[in-house]
Design a protein around this ligand. Structure first.
Ligand code: ARG
Length: 282
């Protein structure tokens, strides 16, 4: 039995972009979780979202807001709007027509916020839904939304290795529904969401990863956000919370049941803005 390490975890202040679910609804179905026949309580969605927004600020993080656009009910899932690495912004290019107009809205937000390196993507990619920065590399999902050709585009722009991972279960259609980055070189994931080859890649790159079981994956437990210490995740993912605590993380359960009806949770609602490494963090 390998000795159980208990590393000291430290939180690093983060900068996030979120979008209030003012216009949230489930009017169409582009993933298996969405059922337009099932009622959605938009007011409750806003309340639940506000708790997450408050929590980030209580933890010392900076949260910017993008103005929600009427007619774009999925805009609350801000993770999909772009990927930001070392100050470079790669704007999303959505798979489905229903979300296409979100891309120019996110692009405009970054330009107005003073970002100078903002690139509209040539290939289909859904931002941090499928691109997760893990230390010196970017883990990149494909199979349902992001085009594998987009991975090369990201590698070219960010100048770091991009590791392609293939998703095979339609319930876990974005990488961030099946894998979360906990710290530079630590992740947790649900193995069955990936192709056999990708599972091998993950085992090789992250031999110590936390593995989630199906019950935790199904309640979107992997759709989590870590600041290095605090890991915000859906509160129903109780076994996963226990595994995180055993590794020295501080799991914080969050209830986003209304937003789950659109097929998203904590991470989907959170886009991390990673500033240039040189010249300060903000
Ligand atoms: N309804 C949205 C879609 O299917 C949910 C997006 C969830 N976002 C995420 N980062 N996984 O596109």
């Amino acid at each position: 039995m390998p000795e159980q390490r208990q590393p000291v975890r430290t939180a690093r202040p983060r900068h996030y972009l979120m979008c209030r679910p003012t216009h949230f609804a489930v009017d169409y179905r582009i993933n298996p979780w969405m059922d337009p026949a099932k009622p959605v309580d938009t007011a409750l969605a806003v309340l639940q979202w506000e708790r997450l927004y408050d929590l980030y600020q209580q933890l010392g993080h900076t949260v910017d807001l993008i103005e929600p656009v009427p007619g774009l009910p999925d805009m609350v899932y801000s993770a999909n709007g772009a990927t930001v690495h070392d100050g470079r912004v790669l704007v999303a290019n959505f798979r489905y027509e229903q979300r296409a107009a979100e891309a120019p809205a996110y692009r405009a937000w970054f330009e107005n916020a003073g970002h100078t390196e903002v690139k509209a993507a040539e290939h289909t990619n859904e931002g941090e839904g499928d691109y997760l920065v893990a230390g010196g590399r970017v883990l990149a999902g494909t199979g349902f939304r992001t085009d594998p050709a987009a991975h090369a585009e990201a590698q070219e722009l960010f100048g770091v290795p991009v590791v392609t991972l293939t998703l095979v279960d339609p319930r876990f259609y974005h990488l961030d529904t099946a894998l979360a980055v906990l710290d530079d070189d630590e992740i947790m994931y649900y193995p069955a969401a990936f192709s056999e080859d990708s599972r091998r890649t993950l085992r090789e790159l992250f031999p110590d990863a936390i593995l989630a079981d199906e019950a935790d994956a199904e309640v979107f437990g992997l759709n989590a956000v870590s600041d290095g210490l605090n890991v915000l995740l859906p509160q129903a993912a109780t076994a996963l919370a226990g595994k995180l605590a055993a590794r020295g993380f501080r799991p914080v359960g969050v209830d986003l049941s209304e937003l789950l009806k659109g097929g998203g949770s904590v991470k989907c609602c959170t886009l991390e803005i990673r500033h240039r490494a040189t010249g300060g963090t903000r």
